[in-house]
Design a protein around this ligand. Structure first.
Ligand code: PGA
Length: 246
């Protein structure tokens, strides 16, 4: 566990230049409050403009290709997003695992590509409602994490995000005890693979986090921060989450 909470906004396929002022407000909040760390992942089209002016937070990408270059129409390499100003990328988000059929192996390769470019990664894992209802969530997500983990995983560049698929964008949040149990299990899974460094690896919770539930979720054991979708799109909704993390 680290002392500072890490609150990351994932804008998904939302945001035009006229929305950059929202990131400006988030950046200004973080300049005033050193006890919280934040980052925003706008769509790739806004990374460069966001990164140029918002230096009190990190700007991240939402995805990266695992290869350094080549015939992959529409994709971006780690070097490209880094040059644009991204310091890290989200990888393995459940929407990409579902929509683009990304596998654990592909996610591990993306992580390795980011490490090779000296960038950070936020690696997402999470179970579907079907798996949760079957009582298999912890085993499934721990296995998913271990299978997606790259060689050389360590807390200085890698962050984990636990995001139950059924909680994303739905307004449904797991019981606090379920979040705490999952985060403890993921910490133990990390320890089995990388040893003591697992203590320092950040494990974020994501899925319908908002200004009303953030304080409670962030107070749970082994919850080092939050990955926020819908409530990160405006400063009005995101700043209360940062406030709850102070
Ligand atoms: P949400 O999305 O906060 O809108 O549920 C979270 C995420 O997908 O990262």
């Amino acid at each position: 566990m680290r002392e500072k909470k890490y609150i990351v906004g994932n804008w998904k396929m939302n945001g035009l230049a006229s929305d950059l002022m929202q990131i400006g407000e988030i950046n200004a909040f973080c300049r005033r409050h050193a006890t919280v760390e934040s980052a925003v992942c706008p769509p790739a089209t806004l990374i460069a403009r966001a990164a140029q002016v918002n230096t009190d937070i990190a700007i991240g990408a939402q995805d990266v290709h695992h290869e350094a270059s080549g015939a992959h129409t529409g994709c971006m390499s780690a070097a490209m997003i880094k040059e644009a100003g991204a310091r890290f990328s989200i990888i393995g988000h459940s929407e990409r695992r579902a929509d683009q059929h990304e596998t654990n192996d592909m996610v591990a390769a993306k992580a390795a590509a980011l490490k090779a470019a000296d960038m950070g990664a936020i690696l997402c894992v999470g179970e579907t409602l079907e798996t949760r209802d079957a009582g298999d969530a912890i085993d499934f997500v721990a296995a998913q994490l271990l299978a997606s983990l790259p060689n050389g995983a360590s807390s200085d560049w890698l962050t984990i995000a636990y995001e139950p698929v059924w909680a994303i964008g739905t307004g449904r949040v797991p019981e606090n005890s379920d979040i705490a149990d999952m985060h403890a299990a993921l910490r133990a899974a990390l320890a089995s693979k990388i040893g003591a460094n697992s203590e320092n690896m950040r494990i974020l919770y994501g899925g319908s986090v908002n200004g009303g539930n953030a304080a409670e979720i962030l107070s749970l054991d082994n919850v080092d921060g939050a990955l926020v979708g819908g409530a990160s799109l405006t400063a009005e909704k995101f700043l209360p989450i940062l406030q709850a993390a102070l």
